[in-house]
Design a protein around this ligand. Structure first.
Ligand code: C5P
Length: 235
């Protein structure tokens, strides 16, 4: 008999419907060029290097008229169902995956379009670490720096120092079964900024799988120059 876990397939879901205002790019950051290609092009190239993925769905905003120009030859599904928040975009993307035949017990790896430096080998390690797990998990990095909280009255003055032991920085992909993630997002609502926190609100403990520093999310203007340098050394 085929066991439930060995029959489950893995899919990537890429939320790509943000405005990217913090990046100051004068447009969505996922379409800004790094190393001669758009951010999302690099993201999809990395995902296409993961043989365990049975398919990739990119969630775009309804008004998106740019994706096809930036994505190149990437083999992926698209759904113009982006929401007002990342959580809403992911929840709508799950429904679009269901319409394409993805089942509740299949795994969905949610990966930010803006993390274009993810390594296929890190994604493969995440899949290996989580595919037999009851909950699922995420790539993350143990926090190395000492963390300060800014004061409410003046964000550029320290209010307190946090204990960094046992703190991790959450990255993506975040890998959960479609059914569990759909239920978690429906209960958590729009406020959560990652999938794991929605799953945690259901009382589960996602697995932390050590990722790489290079898999940072391009967020601030200076991140693009750093990504450019890293891509050059990889080539
Ligand atoms: O804004 P943030 O950096 O958290 O966005 C992370 C990812 O989520 C990006 O790839 C962005 O395009 C996507 N996103 C989305 N829908 C939104 C907001 C963000 O798909 N409403």
């Amino acid at each position: 008999m085929v066991s439930r876990s060995s029959a489950a397939r893995c899919y990537a879901l890429v939320p790509c419907a943000g405005a990217g205002e913090r990046a100051g790019a004068g447009g969505p950051k996922q379409y800004r060029a790094v190393g001669g290609r758009s951010v999302v092009w690099h993201t999809l190239a990395a995902l296409s290097g993961v043989s365990r993925l049975a398919g990739t769905l990119v969630v775009l905003s309804a008004a998106d008229g740019e994706f096809e120009r930036h994505a190149g030859e990437a083999a992926c599904w698209t759904a113009r169902v982006g929401g007002a928040t990342r959580a809403a975009s992911v929840a709508n993307g799950l429904a679009a995956l269901r319409e394409r035949g993805v089942r509740d017990d299949d795994w969905v790896l949610v990966h930010d379009a803006a993390r274009c430096l993810v390594l296929p080998s890190d994604i493969e390690r995440l899949i290996e670490a989580c595919e037999h797990d009851a909950v699922g998990g995420l790539l993350a990095l143990p926090v190395a720096d000492t963390l300060k909280r800014g004061s409410p009255g003046d964000a550029e003055r320290v209010a307190l120092t946090l204990d960094r032991r046992s703190l991790w920085q959450a990255q993506t992909p975040q890998m959960f079964r479609l059914g569990l993630l759909g239920e978690a997002l429906a209960r958590a609502g729009d406020a959560v900024t990652d999938e794991a926190s929605a799953v945690e609100l259901l009382g589960h403990s996602p697995r932390l799988v050590r990722g790489s520093l290079e898999n940072f999310k391009l967020t601030w203007p200076a991140d693009f120059a750093l990504a450019e340098r890293l891509l050059r050394t990889r080539a």
